[in-house]
Design a protein. Structure first.
Length: 163
């Protein structure tokens, strides 16, 4: 059974390892250079008290990490809109963790009065798009060829869920 533990500077190494795997091996992130711990913490706004960041454990093993962070913390009008981000270790995908993690984050969002959840997904990441749809997200934007990685242009699909 999975459990969630807040990400701190002291325990973020496993999350960073998972993220950097995707940086170097996939288009799940548009990042192309592996991050240091400090860069990772800063990029995901983990010092922001409004950000909720968790390691996902299967028994004692970290199998992924999930985040709920302000969509645009610099503009007050977006105060009820948050971005959902999640990455799972390669040996932990397609095991149901993603769906459970969405509901876990949505529960937190509801308790905090958040009204809209957003997710930005590479257009070729069909399994993540389908996962979002399975938990009530809908496509609200499709940006064509806005990223480039591994020598190919990539679309960015925005998914949204009203809660």
């Amino acid at each position: 059974m999975e459990r969630y533990e807040r990400i701190t500077r002291e325990n973020c190494k496993e999350a960073l390892k998972i993220y950097n795997f995707y940086v170097t091996n996939s288009t799940a992130t548009y990042g192309t250079v592996p991050l240091s711990e400090e860069e990772f913490f800063s990029y995901y706004q983990m010092d922001n008290p409004l950000t909720e960041a968790f390691l996902v454990f299967d028994d004692e093993k970290v199998c992924g990490f999930v985040l709920l962070k302000p969509w645009n913390a610099k503009k007050e009008a977006y105060m009820y809109t948050y971005e959902v981000t999640m990455y799972f270790a390669e040996d932990s995908i397609r095991k149901g963790y993603g769906k459970k993690a969405f509901y876990f984050l949505e529960d937190i969002a509801k308790k905090r009065g958040i009204k809209v959840l957003m997710a930005g997904i590479c257009g070729e990441n069909v399994s993540s798009i389908k996962l979002c749809e399975s938990v009530g997200f809908f496509e609200c934007g499709h940006l064509k060829k806005v990223g480039i990685k591994f020598g190919k242009f990539l679309d960015l699909v925005y998914m949204e869920k009203m809660i």
